[in-house]
Design a protein around this ligand. Sequence first.
Ligand code: OAD
Length: 223
Amino acid sequence: MAVLTGAGISAESGVPTFRGPGGLWKDYKPEDLATPEAFARDPQLVWEWYNWRRETIHKAKPNSGHAALVRLEIQKPHFTLITQNVDGLHDMAGSGRMLKLHGDIWRMRCTVCGSNWPDRRATLPKLPPHCGCGGLARPGVVWFGEPLPEGMMQEAEHATLEAQVLLVVGTSAQVYPAASLIPLAKQAGARVIQVNLEPTPYSEIVDCALEGAAGEILPRLVE
Ligand code: OAD
């Protein structure tokens, strides 16, 4: 079994989704800030946005949806959690077998020497942060127009092709290549179950589209 999650699974923990209410920061869309071009133009602005997201996420705790996926992982011998989320709430809930397609907001990477390190402080004392080598640091996440970490998508595709069931939770399925796992699973003959508050572009092709909150539906599904 494979599970693909998006920002919707963390919504009930108080983390705003990207394309839902509360997701905009100072009227900027994520596509305006989460790009290498935006960072090159104005690293201070991009870091202010990430600092805002870090402060929000730092207060959040995993919810019953995250917990249900941990139970599923324990129950199923073959299980892979593929997440687009960078918030670390799956880790905090106790998920182990996980592929983080879009990286991790709690990691930093130096734009000069390439070293990377964890930093879990809610608020960074000085923006933009720098590496010990003096180089400008960036968040350890994947931005629009950037490739996913090496080998990550291949692993996600492999897990999807092996799975008899793909559970898709709380993603608008608009960002690629992550969303391509949904038609891939269908083509490979897996059953695809979607859990979302609203329809997505894939609602028509999935085997079962459950409309509702992940924190309510997932615990019932796992039982
Ligand atoms: P989006 O904000 O695009 O979509 C969130 C989805 O979750 C929507 O379809 C909502 O209907 C649904 N949703 C909201 N609350 C929910 C709840 N309680 N239960 C179930 N579903 C709920 O977020 P993603 O699809 O994750 O990428 O966005 C994909 C990527 O775009 C992100 O990883 C990020 C973003 O820009 C990067 O930063 C590279």
